[in-house]
Design a protein. Sequence first.
Length: 172
Amino acid sequence: MMTIKPIPSELSQTEFLKLFGGVFEKSNWIAEDLYLSGIKNEYNNADGLHNAMVRIFRSSSHDKKLNVLLAHPDLAGKLAQRGELTIESANEQKSAGLDQLTPNEFAEFKYLNTTYMKKYGFPFIIAVKGLTKIKILSQFKKRVDNSKTTEFNEACLQVEKIAYIRIRDIID
């Protein structure tokens, strides 16, 4: 069975937001701003669409960026335990094995999530697709020592990476 790939410039606003509104976690305002500014043919591939959405994200205020970071769930956190993640986040965390942690690994994630949130004021964000839980933990332990500015910038880059993966999954 062949799946028809969506062509962003041919979608209605409702269709566009349904498909691309969640690529930046619970921040459909980015897709909405892009749609309202006009969807060009150059946005009909993953790279073009991602670049356009990233320009909106990067040009937004610090507070708006922070709200995007805050929309992300903790890795292997309470929302995952209660089955309340977005479909995208649940699939991404599952692909990294975060749904099958040992009690010790779960305790370590819980400790790091709490420590990180207290230090930075937003959850640890990493594009988990293609990573193992061991690699994620390793990055988590390294990044918890970063300065607040360095980590804010890194979290924003990770959000952009996640958005690219999600767009590519939809278009390609």
